[in-house]
Write a protein that binds this ligand. Structure first.
Ligand SMILES: Nc1ncnc2c1ncn2[C@@H]1O[C@H](COP(=O)(O)OP(=O)(O)OP(=O)(O)O)[C@@H](O)[C@H]1O
Ligand SMILES: [Mg+2]
Length: 246
């Protein structure tokens, strides 16, 4: 059973006289535990596709099922609920809350969903949430930036806080929009290996959008996008992250 399923999905934006089909008639199935890279030029529809997977937005026509739930017609509240539990979203432009510190940004996301325990239940205690938030901040190399506000962090540091926030929630699906766009090569490779580890060891599904063809080498499935369509599906044997160069 696919975990993510699109059936003839179109997303049309109407801006006055101008109609843009950001996605045109997309049909695709993604199995659980797969590392997917969406590769395509600017404007090809990558962010739009990620927004639909995450129920941030809804399609103009077609049908979307995620983990066997039809999310096409959920209302606002149901969408938020779905997103909270199922999706870790790493935004292209970070979307950190400016009045919260790095640590508090992660804690805030965890306050809503709690932190996972070994037996699958979730705890909502402040102390446990702080511990997990700090662990993830440490994992992305920012433990000495915990009390910095986003405006006091570099672009790459903000990006890493956004990554820690999405991963800390421990969702089954992680959607990442140009997650390495602001990172230097070494930090980028480190973050990608963190993601691959979660994909391989914890069987998390990743859908990662990028312009960077090199990054597509670590995918199990590469979807090449062009003008709102998936022009090419490639299933491949993923390469080791350390073999990437850009
Ligand atoms: N809210 C919106 N209203 C109108 N048009 C939009 C909207 N969002 C996206 N579009 C249009 O849809 C198309 C696809 O946009 P999208 O953001 O999905 O591209 P992208 O592949 O993520 O590009 P980039 O690599 O630059 O981030 C673009 O032509 C864009 O102008
Ligand atoms: Mg985009």
């Amino acid at each position: 059973m696919p975990q993510i399923s699109f059936q003839e999905v179109t997303k049309r934006y109407q801006m006055g006289e101008v109609t843009v089909d950001a996605l045109q008639n997309i049909t695709l199935d993604i199995e659980p535990g797969i590392f997917v890279v969406l590769l395509g030029p600017s404007g090809s529809g990558k962010t739009t596709l990620l927004n639909l997977i995450s129920a941030i937005d809804f399609p103009t026509s077609g049908k979307i099922r995620i983990e066997n739930v039809d999310i096409t017609f959920l209302n606002r509240k149901q969408r938020a609920q779905f997103r909270r539990l199922k999706i870790g979203f790493i935004f292209q432009f970070f979307n950190l809350l400016p009045t919260l510190t790095a640590l508090e940004n992660i804690e805030f996301a965890l306050d809503l969903v709690g932190v996972p325990t070994a037996n699958g239940s979730r705890i909502f205690k402040k102390k446990n949430i702080r511990e997990v938030a700090f662990k993830w901040l440490d994992k992305v190399g920012l433990k000495d930036r915990a009390n910095h506000f986003p405006s006091q962090l570099s672009g790459g540091e903000q990006q890493r806080v956004a990554i820690a926030r999405a991963l800390a929630k421990d969702p089954p699906i992680i959607v990442a929009d140009e997650p390495t766009g602001n990172l230097d090569y070494r930090t980028g490779v480190y973050i990608l290996s963190l993601m691959k580890e979660l994909n391989e060891d914890a069987e998390k599904t990743f859908v990662l959008a990028t312009h960077n063809r090199q990054i597509s080498k670590i995918a199990d499935l590469v979807l090449t996008m062009q003008m709102g369509q998936v022009s090419y599906f490639e299933q491949r044997e993923p390469e080791n992250v350390n073999n990437l160069f850009w």
